[in-house]
Design a protein around this ligand. Structure first.
Ligand SMILES: Cc1cc2nc3c(=O)[nH]c(=O)nc-3n(C[C@H](O)[C@H](O)[C@H](O)COP(=O)(O)OP(=O)(O)OC[C@H]3O[C@@H](n4cnc5c(N)ncnc54)[C@H](O)[C@@H]3O)c2cc1C
Length: 287
C-alpha cells in the first residue's frame, strides 16, 4: 500500500503544467483530486515518476454561462457541481449526478475532469456528459482541440487524451425550451460506484419528444450513449408503450460486464428498468 517514489510539482498556471508534462511524456501524470490516481499508485497499478498537481491552479475551477453554453473547468469538484444554484436552475442533471458520487470526502476532493479523464467503467460523470452531448476541451504540447464526449471514451480506462494533454474544460449546450432531466443510479453496496447509472436528457416539442440524450455507465467497459434508445424515443409522445419499446434497446451492441456482484444479464436487466425510470422521471420534470 505504499507507492513507488515520485516527484511532485504544483504549477501555478496551465501553461506551466503543460510544459511539465511535456518534459516527461512517459513518466509524468496529472494529479487532480487524487481519489482514483492515489489508490492506483498505492496498489502500484500506476507508477508515475512525476505528479503534476493541477488542483492548485485556481483558474481551472469554475462554473459559468457564456452565450448558449455552460462552461465547467476541469478541477471543479463534485461538491461544487452538486451545490451550484446556477446548475440547479439551468441543468439540474449535473448536480443530481454529482450528489450520487461516493461520500462527502470524495465529493470535496474529486473533480469532474479527473473522473472523465480516468474513464472508470462505473464512473458517473461520463454518463452525464454523454447524455448532454458535451464537448471536451483538451490542451497539450500541440495546442488546444475539442472532442465530443461521444468520441472521447475509447475503452476500459482509456480515452482520446494523448500523452501530455490535459482536459481543460467541459462545455455543454445550455438546455432551452421544454426539457427534463434525471440521473438514475444503482450504487454498488460496498463501493458506491454505479452498478448501473443512467443519465437522461429529454427535449419536448408540444407533446412529442424532439430529442433525447441517454448516457449509460456501469454496463460495459466504458460509458456509452444509448443511441438506439434515443432514436426510438424521438418523435414519440413518450407514453408507456413508446418508453417500453425504446428501453429494450439500452444494451444493443454492448458486451455487458459480469462480476461477482452482477452478471451481464442482470446488469442489462437493471439498465432496462432504470432507463425506463429515468425517462419517466425526466418526463415528469419537463417544464
Ligand atoms: C471511496 C471512493 C468512492 C468513490 N465513489 C465514486 C462514485 O460513486 N462515482 C464516481 O464516479 N466516482 C467515485 N469515486 C472516484 C472519484 O469520483 C474520483 O474523484 C474520480 O474518479 C477521479 O477524479 P480525481 O479528480 O480524484 O482524479 P485523480 O485521481 O487525480 O486522477 C484520475 C486520473 O485522471 C487523470 N487526470 C485527472 N485530471 C485530469 C485532467 N484534467 N486532464 C487529464 N488527465 C487528468 C490522472 O492523471 C489520473 O490518471 C470514488 C472514489 C473513492 C476513493
Amino acid at each position: 500500500m505504499i507507492p513507488v517514489q515520485f516527484d511532485y510539482k504544483a504549477p501555478a498556471t496551465l501553461d506551466e503544467a503543460v510544459a511539465l508534462l511535456a518534459s516527461d511524456l512517459d513518466g509524468a501524470k496529472v494529479l487532480a483530486g487524487g481519489h482514483s490516481l492515489i489508490p492506483a499508485m498505492k496498489l502500484r497499478l500506476a507508477q508515475p515518476q512525476l505528479l503534476v498537481d493541477i488542483a492548485r491552479i485556481k483558474s481551472l475551477a469554475y462554473i459559468r454561462e457564456e452565450g448558449d453554453q455552460i462552461l465547467i473547468g476541469a478541477t471543479t469538484t463534485h461538491y461544487q457541481l452538486e451545490s451550484s444554484d446556477l446548475l440547479q436552475q439551468i441543468c439540474p442533471l449535473l448536480p443530481e449526478c454529482a450528489k450520487s458520487i461516493g461520500d462527502v470526502q470524495v465529493r470535496n476532493k474529486g473533480t469532474i475532469g479527473g473522473s472523465i479523464a480516468h474513464s472508470d467503467p462505473a464512473g458517473d460523470w461520463p454518463a452525464a456528459v454523454l447524455a448532454l452531448d458535451a464537448d471536451l476541451v483538451l490542451v497539450g504540447p500541440n495546442g488546444e482541440r475539442t472532442v465530443k464526449a461521444e468520441n472521447f471514451f475509447v475503452d476500459l480506462l482509456t480515452t482520446d487524451l494523448q500523452p501530455g494533454e490535459i482536459l481543460r474544460e467541459v462545455r455543454i449546450r445550455k438546455p432551452s425550451g421544454r426539457f427534463g432531466q434525471a440521473y438514475q443510479k444503482v450504487p454498488h453496496p460496498a463501493s458506491g460506484f454505479a452498478v448501473v447509472g443512467i443519465a437522461v436528457h429529454l427535449e419536448l416539442n408540444d407533446g412529442s419528444c424532439k430529442a433525447a440524450g441517454i448516457g449509460v455507465t456501469g454496463v460495459g467497459v466504458k460509458a456509452y450513449r444509448a443511441t438506439a434508445v434515443e432514436a426510438a424515443l424521438t418523435g414519440t409522445n413518450l407514453d408507456d408503450n413508446a418508453i417500453a419499446a425504446a428501453v429494450a434497446h439500452v444494451c444493443d451492441g454492448v458486451d455487458p460486464n459480469s462480476d461477482l456482484y452482477a452478471s451481464g444479464e442482470y446488469r442489462c436487466h437493471l439498465a432496462t428498468v432504470h432507463t425506463r425510470r429515468g425517462i419517466q422521471a425526466a418526463k415528469a420534470r419537463v417544464q
